[in-house]
Design a protein around this ligand. Structure first.
Ligand code: ADP
Ligand code: MG
Length: 437
């Protein structure tokens, strides 16, 4: 790798109570490098020095000897102000014991790190709510930590660690206190933060079942480095099991969608649905873009679908130059893209809200007429409307919709051009997918 390490540990030695009777030699001569966007696990039996290594990397534990650099800066040489800055915005920490403040609500706990950054309350809370929403704990926002399950508490603490959008997440046995289902859920969130949000993750665990999540594993024993292993069978996020859903248990709505989106797997129905949706929407609206443009834009689109940014911010990110971290599109493309995405989301929102159906259908027809430059005569319009209505109510699937649109008027269909029927049914399917959550 020719990028600079984000964390660099050289000949690190940590001795507790040095020179005293109760001296403990916790780490001997540890050297390692961690690169941006890696997911590294520090693994070993209890007492081997994992937490000490993690705390040394985060500046919570000063080395007895050796150096630790984070983002190129030597932690031992940082001023107090720099160290505070690092802990506020550079790194996020997640602990086994959560360390939530019992007298603060969930939302206030999450927003607490922002209080010290002097941001307005409205601003802070908006961000906090988005994170709670993302981790499915927004209903708990005004509860106190004691009212939450362990898994929910850990999700709160992860949300807190993310509130200032740090590049690095340190997690010390984050699922050590959780039942296996909650543990799985939290591990998935961390994986997603690594793969989708591109956070660098350093996680401490003694549980070998977690090793497959990592890109690389550092093995420790008795304070010594044993070996470092690249995880060759890291499972890509798509093939991961999210929840054990059985096909029979799925809603009719989802089954219908799955007929169209063949790679929408049971495993995606949990937390992976948003990235899936983003990909589909992306390739649907922008099939002519190159891979690089698609990739940068895709990340922003996911942020939008997660509710982390609004449509305006999405358009701004897409428009910004590559060099400045944007997607480097031209203004016109950004405008038509944002308009299209906005319209699709608005329509899917209307269907979800169960708005007046006649009104929803009218909007849908206006939208389709615009996008595909339709010019339908009376009976065509009537039958198209009827077919769309059936699709929206999940009475028919995409193929049946397409057939009804395609079928000649004489045979009771809408008599649209074959390609038009295909395009419309595809468009409606995307709207239905966006609606599904
Ligand atoms: P792990 O996280 O792998 O269980 P730790 O890093 O917590 O291991 O501990 C490594 C060794 O250092 C253990 O022997 C532990 O008892 C000792 N140790 C950890 N923290 C302290 C401390 N603050 N004071 C004295 N000894 C400590
Ligand atoms: Mg520990």
């Amino acid at each position: 790798m020719n990028v600079d390490p984000i964390i660099q540990v050289d000949h690190l030695k940590v001795i507790y109570n040095k020179g005293k009777q109760n001296e403990v030699r916790s780490l001997f001569d540890i050297s390692t490098r961690i690169y941006p966007q890696e997911y590294v696990i520090i693994f070993g039996p209890s007492g081997c020095g994992k937490s000490t290594l993690l705390y040394s990397m985060s500046g919570l534990q000063a080395p007895t000897d050796g150096t630790v650099l984070v983002e190129g800066k030597n932690l031992s040489k940082m001023t107090k102000a720099e160290m505070v800055e690092l802990h506020q915005v550079g790194i996020g920490m997640v602990f086994q014991a959560f360390y939530l403040i019992p007298s603060l609500t969930v939302l206030d706990n999450v927003c607490l790190p922002k209080v010290f950054r002097g941001e307005s309350k409205v601003n802070r809370q908006e961000n906090g709510i988005k994170l709670l929403h993302r981790f499915s704990i927004v209903e708990q926002a005004s509860k106190f930590p004691s009212e939450l399950s362990g898994g929910q508490r850990q999700r709160v603490s992860i949300a807190r660690s993310l509130i200032n959008n740090p590049q690095i997440i340190f997690a010390d046995e984050p699922v050590g206190n959780l039942d296996s289902e909650s543990a799985e859920n939290v591990m998935r969130i961390l994986k997603e933060l690594n793969e989708i949000d591109k956070k660098t993750i350093v996680l401490v665990t003694h549980n070998p079942e977690h090793l497959h999540y990592a890109d690389r594993i550092i093995y420790l024993k008795d304070g010594k480095f044993v070996k470092e292993e690249v995880n060759t069978d890291k499972r890509p996020i798509e093939s991961e099991k999210v929840v054990d859903v059985k096909y029979e248990e799925l809603s009719n709505e989802l089954k219908i969608l799955m007929r169209t989106f063949k790679n929408l797997t049971l495993n995606q129905v949990g937390s992976l649905l948003v990235p899936f949706k983003a990909d589909q929407l992306m390739s649907h609206v922008l099939s002519e873009l190159n891979q690089e443009q698609l990739q940068t834009a895709g990340g922003y689109l996911k942020e939008y679908l997660f509710g982390n940014i609004g449509l305006d911010a999405l358009a701004k990110d897409l428009d910004m130059d590559y060099e400045k971290g944007g997607a480097g599109w031209n203004k016109q493309r950004v405008r038509s893209f944002a308009e299209r995405v906005g319209a699709i989301m608005e329509l899917s929102g209307r269907i979800t809200d169960g708005d007046d159906e006649a009104e929803t259908l009218r909007s849908l027809m206006v939208y389709l007429t615009n996008v595909f430059k339709l010019n339908l005569e009376g009976i065509q319009k009537e039958r198209t409307n009827a077919a769309l209505s059936e699709r929206i109510r999940n009475k028919i699937d995409r193929l049946e919709l397409q057939k009804k649109l395609d079928l000649s008027k004489a045979l009771g269909g809408a008599g649209l051009h074959k390609h038009t029927a295909e395009k419309i049914s595809r468009e409606v399917e995307i709207i239905m997918l966006m609606k599904y959550s």
